[in-house]
Design a protein around this ligand. Structure first.
Ligand SMILES: [Zn+2]
Length: 117
């Protein structure tokens, strides 16, 4: 029972975060991070991760998916979920870090924010 409640809180927290689109998807190797053979990247969307759930996330990479540079030395980074769509796999979700300033220039899109995991 308690787990269901946790899940509801989790889903709400994620779905309330602004959903954005990464315009230039050439800076980061989304195919490689997928560990699969998903085809070509079609689009990638991204959303900041809710702070209160940060410690529950498994973060797969310290590389910013927007600019392709490491976030490790940056204090100004934010936890994110990012969601590439490939030609052979419709949508995958990953947790990672992005620079706040990179995230800020990604335009907001009018699609529901995906809920990971
Ligand atoms: Zn960046």
């Amino acid at each position: 029972m308690e787990e269901d409640e946790d899940r509801t809180v989790w889903d709400l927290a994620w779905s309330s975060m602004p959903h954005r689109r990464i315009l230039d998807v050439s800076k980061f190797d989304f195919v490689k991070v997928s560990g699969l053979d998903p085809g070509e990247v079609v689009t990638v969307t991204i959303a900041e991760a809710p702070m209160e759930h940060l410690q529950k996330m498994y973060v797969s990479t310290p590389i910013c998916p927007i600019c392709g540079k490491s976030t490790e030395a940056e204090s100004d980074r934010v936890a994110v979920g990012f969601y590439p769509r490939f030609t052979r796999i419709s949508r995958l979700g990953f947790a990672g870090w992005a620079h706040k300033k990179c995230l800020d220039v990604c335009p907001l899109i009018d699609e529901p924010t995906p809920i990971p995991w």
